[in-house]
Design a binder for this molecule. Structure first.
Ligand code: ADP
Ligand code: MG
Length: 629
């Protein structure tokens, strides 16, 4: 038996390994299985090129718990190591990797953000073990080797009688890490990190039911047998060519990724690029609700089929973090902080590649099957609108396929909309006014008034639409958005200068005084007398676009003006001085009747804006019954 000392500059590195990686002890298993996988794939390559003259066969990796012996075994059938290789790769190379890591990250290691993505490699085993053994037999004709290290820089190395090719790593689990002797815990880790690794991983056995033989009797139990319990799918969909996959394959892979998701994805995007960086993956558009906060199932990041993280912030543009699926790229540097990641050139390219791919896919869905695209619009609009707001490149592309639905269920692109309404909805200042509603039911009477004028009314109801309107108003020329209840119809799209009022100035003064006498002080309405068509409504309550939109924008974050979110609603009460009823109010002599007419009219205006509630509503109903008597 030979002994030696690992060449360490720090006196004892193992306590350091434990201390610094405290929050992420569990990654040791991922590291050991990664090494076992590498060793297996290396052997595959060597046999393929004829360099290793051995049978490759169907190798697997086995993870075994020895609860009594307090040991955890990771066994592979890969290329193994000779004594010389153990000395080189374990005592020198691997160790220098571990040492370098600690030197570099001693200060920043407390920032758990980086540690999570780290492999310390082989030495991460010492996070959970007080002693580690390696028993390994190379594919080369050389004796097997047994290496032991007890967490001090001293190791021993001796010959072993292992006959099968491959490597067995034995961890003597430390007192404070006995959770890793629990079957449930190990299964959980294997599922989390190794679910799609390329070499089959065995963890225990399971009972499989076989078909009954033909001559079996009804009451005979079906025969069973014990088979290896393979925990991973070595050939996940994203590693295959899109041409080899059917729609159903993508859907079943989605279920494999998110077993708790019962809703099917709307569509998928297969990513596949090898220049100027390597990246594969599948992204799914899930059905999204308007509630942007609940987001449990996220995009998962892999490196060569090893799970790394489900925090892809910085790698995928923010608006796409609402999607699901996987991204696999060996080119994403993980040993850096998030802020550095965002500044990294390769990562920027990856992010803009993904953005471009998503835009192209949406565009082709729009072009190839517009009807279907329209059907899905409601479920995908948030992502698209958010993307248009946050990424100018995406805005340019999406401007061609983003849809603007009308209250009647038609869908227009911006260009189509413009073509359609330019003639009728351009005001006297040559500005095209786009009318919209946010709630078909609540704004029904306003919508009808606009439609009666031949105007097109959009239905725009997503939570961030105010921000997008703001953006469209500043990027496109001479357009503005106005909600149907932002003003009375002749003012929403003002075509010629105001109509002549039937009332004289004196009469107007009197009318105003009459109105204010009835509800003036207590109301939060600004009375505005307007000369309108005689058949337009006598009283209309409006809510000015600008203030309302700013308020809403502030409620959904960003934009708007500071402090506006808490401002009370502001309403205008527009009184049509050309309407018969208004003349009647003015000319009524009995004060009681006048008051009743005014109250009734105001209540009707409130009613059509959904503002009549409580005692006012009760009084209105009472008064109305009296009037119909
Ligand atoms: P890395 O995997 O990044 O090279 P590690 O510290 O994980 O660093 O491993 C160091 C080296 O030890 C590997 O490069 C490999 O040569 C060798 N090694 C580790 N585990 C095995 C194994 N199971 N079979 C063969 N060689 C191994
Ligand atoms: Mg490794």
């Amino acid at each position: 038996m030979a002994t030696g000392k690992i060449n360490v500059s720090v006196d004892n590195i193992f306590p350091l390994i434990k201390k610094f990686l405290y929050s992420d002890h569990e990654i040791f298993l991922r590291e050991l299985i990664s090494n076992a996988t590498d060793a297996t794939l290396k052997l595959k390559h060597l046999t393929a090129i004829g360099e290793a003259k051995v049978e490759y066969g169907n190798p697997l990796i086995e993870v075994k718990i020895d609860k009594e012996g307090k040991k955890l075994h990771v066994i592979d059938q890969g290329l193994g190591m000779t004594e010389e290789e153990v000395k080189k790769y374990i005592n020198e190379v691997a160790f220098s990797g571990a040492e370098e890591f600690l030197n570099k990250y001693e200060d920043s290691a407390k920032d758990a953000g980086i540690i999570g993505h780290f492999g310390l490699g082989f030495y991460s085993a010492f996070m959970v073990a007080h002693k580690v053994e390696i028993i390994t037999k190379s594919y080369k004709e050389e004796p097997a080797v047994h290496w032991t290290c007890d967490g001090s820089p001293n190791f021993t190395i001796e010959e072993s009688n292992k006959t099968e090719r491959g490597t067995e790593i034995i961890l003597h689990i430390a007192e404070d890490s006995t959770e890793f002797l629990e079957e449930g815990r190990i299964r959980e880790l294997l599922r989390k990190y190794n679910k799609f690794m390329p070499v089959p991983i065995k963890f225990g056995t399971k009972t499989e039911t076989l078909p009954k033989p033909e001559d079996a009797k009804e009451e005979d139990p079906a025969p069973t047998k014990e088979v290896d319990n393979i925990i991973n799918n070595p050939n996940p969909a994203w590693t295959k060519q899109p041409t080899d996959l059917k729609d159903e394959d993508y859907k079943s892979f989605y279920r494999e990724l998110y077993p708790m998701q019962f809703e099917e994805p709307l569509f998928h995007i297969h990513l596949n690029v090898d220049y100027p960086f390597n990246l594969t993956g599948i992204l799914y558009f899930p059905k999204l609700t308007n509630d942007l906060n609940i987001q449990k199932d996220k995009i998962q990041l892999y490196q060569n089929q090893v799970f790394v993280t489900d925090n892809v912030e910085g790698i995928v543009p923010e608006f796409l973090t609402m999607l699901r699926g996987v991204i696999d790229s060996p080119d994403i540097p993980l040993n850096v902080s998030r802020s550095y990641l965002q500044a990294d050139g390769a990562v920027k390219k990856i992010s803009s590649y993904i953005t471009g791919k998503v835009a192209d896919k949406l565009n082709s869905l729009f072009k190839n099957n517009r009807e279907d695209f329209e059907k899905k619009w409601n479920d995908i609009k948030i992502v698209i609108e958010y993307g248009m707001l946050s990424e100018d490149k995406f805005f340019e592309k999406a401007d061609k396929f983003a849809l603007y639905p009308t209250v009647d269920g038609a869908y227009y692109t911006f260009e189509e909309l413009q073509e359609k309404i330019k003639g009728n909805q351009t005001d006297k200042d040559d500005k095209m006014v786009i009318l919209y509603a946010s709630d078909k039911e609540a704004q029904h009477s306003y919508i009808e008034t606009a439609k009666a004028k031949g105007y097109e009314v959009l239905l725009l109801d997503s939570p961030i639409i105010g921000h997008l309107m703001q953006k469209l108003e500043t990027t496109k020329e001479k357009i503005s958005f106005a909600r149907v209840d932002a003003d009375h119809i002749d003012k929403l799209i003002q075509k010629e200068d105001t109509q002549i009022s039937k009332l004289s100035d004196e009469e107007k003064e009197k009318l105003k005084a009459d109105l204010e006498a009835v509800f003036g002080e207590k109301s939060n309405y600004t009375v505005q007398l307007e000369a309108m068509d005689s058949d337009a409504s006598p009283f209309v309550i409006t809510e000015p676009e600008f203030l309302r939109r700013m308020k809403e924008m502030q409620q959904t974050g960003g934009g708007g003006m500071f402090g506006m979110g808490n401002m009370p609603e502001m309403y205008n009460l527009i009184v049509n001085t050309n309407h018969e009823l208004v003349s009647e109010i003015l000319n009524t002599k009995t004060a009681k009747k006048k008051e009743r007419l005014i109250n009734q009219s105001l209540d009707l205006a409130k009613l059509s804006k959904g503002l009549l509630k409580g005692a006012d509503l009760t009084n209105f109903i009472k008064r109305s019954y009296e009037m119909v008597k």
